[in-house]
Design a protein around this ligand. Structure first.
Ligand SMILES: [Zn+2]
Length: 711
């Protein structure tokens, strides 16, 4: 997952996607630490050690006011509109606010507190109003439109032409073409959406924090030692010393359901987790979903679209909901067929044990693990002994060195401020030229107030149009901190996620675009680069050099690697089905007339229509589907992971077929040049064709998942 401030705010305009930091000198209020210019080494760095929540509201208000003043200056320019005085000028707008958002992102994702959430709730609608003021600035839009339609366009470079189109499109698609009552209503809808998107995510967080299952010493059967330790620490943290806390997050639920021998407890933990936002109490999200869908539908009707998905996908790589659905429906039957096989195998194991049960959803992970051990003889815990967090980090640096020519060097202690003692920082340089590329921040460990899961983000992005600006990127995850001096061992899936998020960071670091807006992501394309990077975890150089036993120092044995590779298609029925069910329901929600919709009934009917297997639940049930309801980042866009995975599988085969395999210099060069460095400066379909010489098909994806390749 890639997280940025847009997702947090639910903003969609490309002007904000553009956002970067640095200066527009005259108006900086140096007395507010959040607005102040970034000083210090490496082109200036955020003052994370001086973050002051009391400064947030004034900083946002001042930042918005300055941003609007800058916009007015462009809109009211008496010179005829040109690319330079309109489009390029806008690229420089909002620098102050961007700096504030870098801190906002930390409070929102890494250090959340009830105090912050209160400010967030208050400011979200104000930020939405602010954004509407920009997209609805008629004088500004008239100028943008004039440039878009002018002859000057023909004299611009392709990346500049694309910039004009992206800016024009973001305005046109976000209400700039409306007038009168429709225009007012449009802004009202956005304001209300900003409020309830925030409510949705706060309700979810409340249920993640509010429901904890405490268990006792005699209920630990089957659970790995590391999990038990973490559960004990989590209980102590919550003043339940002596108990073990199963928290209501995926990172706690998933291993518990995989390993706990206590079926009744598995059911309890499963039910608690999948009821988040659906408990009929103050934090219930069902009514919010209905309101969100109705408002989104009303809004796109103002713009003349048939449904929300049509509007949403128009500027995505897929272009239309139908193309996205075609892909999902091509894979769905194979996934269902595989689930049937998986359930049959698990039932056989349960029967052999004399368990006397029928496989239920809370049994899936548990018996899948048994099948994994029996059929593939692969013990997750054994694999884990070779997956040391720090070694994996070194492996990622190695891969980045081989493919991207990046070198990583820890910054001198104390030279770069951090927001928590666990955060570490590396300088990234080009290993041949020594050129400074940026800083990489790593915040690896779980803590209260930190969002669950893993994500990558930037505090500052690359650009050159106004002087070269280097990248400040971060990776964030939720590993359980080990005892002092003990290595942190992680699961295979977590190791893949680590590489995945690092792929996002490399995507940021590789940027060679001139204008900030061209750093923006295309939702169904931007997961491709990160998913592709996961493939290097299983390359020989990484296996031999970095997958080292934490006690013996021995590299992972060939036999175990063979088992991992052999098991790669294991449980693909479950994984693909729980994901696709969410992606298809997301698309259905956004192609339906939502008048009077009841989310609970809609979800049930949609799943029945898909013949969803009884043993599996959506990966994100509607009341907890933050991707699509806590903002618009992934709304009618959850399919994007699979869309990107089609590209991933196909691109990975380009390496597999090359003489130098995954380290083939020629393919790597094309990879960096066409798929990473251009960011959004080139249409993704064209970029992919430049890399591969053709479009991607789904055959490679089907092979990767062990599904039959369609004829
Ligand atoms: Zn991602």
């Amino acid at each position: 997952m890639r997280k940025n401030i847009l997702k947090v705010l639910g903003l969609v305009a490309v002007v904000f996607l553009a956002s970067c930091m640095e200066r527009s000198t005259k108006m900086t209020d140096e007395s507010n630490v959040l607005l102040a210019s970034w000083t210090g080494p490496y082109g200036g760095v955020p003052a994370f050690d001086q973050m002051d929540l009391d400064a947030l509201k004034p900083a946002l208000e001042a930042g918005m006011a300055r941003n609007l003043a800058e916009i007015d200056e462009i809109a009211n320019n008496t010179e005829p509109p040109t690319f330079e005085n309109t489009i390029v000028a806008m690229e420089n707008v909002g620098r102050d606010l961007d700096r504030v958002f870098a801190y906002w992102g930390i409070w929102s994702s890494n250090l959340s507190t009830p105090e912050f959430r209160e400010i967030q709730g208050e400011m979200a609608p104000k930020l939405s109003e602010f954004r509407s003021k920009i997209t609805q600035n008629q004088a500004l839009f008239v100028r943008i439109k004039a440039v878009h339609e002018s002859d000057e366009i023909d004299s611009l470079r392709p990346d500049q032409q694309r910039l004009v189109w992206l800016v024009y499109d973001s305005f046109a698609r976000n209400g700039a073409t409306l007038e009168g009552e429709a225009k007012e209503r449009y802004a009202e809808i956005n304001k209300r959406l900003a409020e309830i998107h925030t409510d949705f995510s706060n309700n979810l967080l409340a249920d993640e924090e509010g429901y904890v299952t405490y268990i006792h010493k005699d209920q630990l059967s089957g659970l790995p030692g590391s999990f038990v330790q973490a559960a004990a620490a989590a209980a102590t943290e919550r003043e339940h010393e002596g108990d073990y806390a199963i928290t209501n997050t995926r990172s706690s639920m998933d291993p518990f359901l995989t390993f706990s021998d206590q079926r009744d407890l598995r059911e309890k933990v499963w039910r608690t987790y999948y009821a988040r936002g659906d408990n009929g109490d103050d934090h219930d999200n069902n009514a919010i979903i209905a309101e969100i869908l109705q408002l989104r539908n009303e809004r796109i009707h103002l713009l003349g679209y048939d449904n929300y998905a049509q509007w949403r996908l128009e500027n995505r790589m897929a272009k239309t909901p139908e193309r996205a659905i075609d892909l999902m429906e091509a894979v769905w039957p194979a996934a269902l067929a595989r689930v049937k096989e998986e359930v049959r195998e698990m039932q056989a194991v349960a029967d052999k044990e004399g368990a006397g049960i029928t496989i239920e959803p809370w049994d899936y992970r548990y018996y899948a693990e048994k099948v994994r051990k029996e059929k593939y003889d692969l013990d997750s815990d054994e694999v884990k002994q070779y997956l040391q967090l720090e070694k994996l980090r070194e492996a990622m640096f190695f891969v980045a060195g081989e493919l991207f020519h990046f070198a990583f060097q820890a910054v001198p202690e104390g030279s770069v401020p951090v927001f928590h003692e666990d955060v570490r920082v590396w300088e990234v340089t080009n290993k041949e030229s020594g050129d400074h590329i940026g800083l990489w921040y790593l915040d690896p460990y779980a803590r209260q107030g930190k969002s669950s899961g893993a994500w990558a983000t930037t505090y500052r992005s690359y650009e050159t149009f106004n002087g070269k600006q280097t990248v400040l990127a971060s990776n964030n995850s939720n590993f359980i901190k080990g005892a002092p001096g003990e290595p942190v061992l992680i699961s295979w899936t977590d190791a893949e996620t680590l590489f995945h998020e690092f792929g996002h960071a490399l995507h940021y670091f590789s940027s060679n675009v001139e204008y900030p807006t061209l750093n923006g992501g295309v939702r169904d394309y931007t997961e491709f680069q990160s998913q592709l990077l996961e493939r290097w975890l299983l390359t020989d150089k990484v296996i031999d050099g970095y997958l080292i036993h934490h006690e013996t120092g021995e590299p992972i044995p060939d036999a175990l690697v063979a088992k991992i590779k052999n098991a790669a298609t294991f449980n693909q029925g479950f994984d693909t089905t729980e994901y696709l069910a969410s992606a298809l329901v997301d698309m259905k929600y956004h192609m339906t007339d939502p008048t009077g919709i009841d989310a609970d009934a809609f979800e049930r009917a949609a799943l029945a229509e898909l013949s969803m297997p009884d043993e599996i639940v959506m990966r994100h049930r509607s009341p907890q589907f933050a991707h699509i309801f806590s903002g618009e980042g992934y709304s009618a866009g959850y399919y994007g992971y699979m869309w990107a995975d089609v590209l991933t599988s196909d691109a990975a085969e380009a390496f597999a077929e090359a003489p130098g395999g995954f380290y083939d210099a020629a393919v790597a060069k094309k990879l960096v040049e066409h798929l990473f460095a251009v960011r959004n400066g080139v249409d993704p379909a064209d970029a992919y064709r430049a890399f591969r010489g053709r479009d991607a098909g789904i055959d490679a994806l089907m092979r990767d998942r062990g599904f039959p390749v369609p004829h």
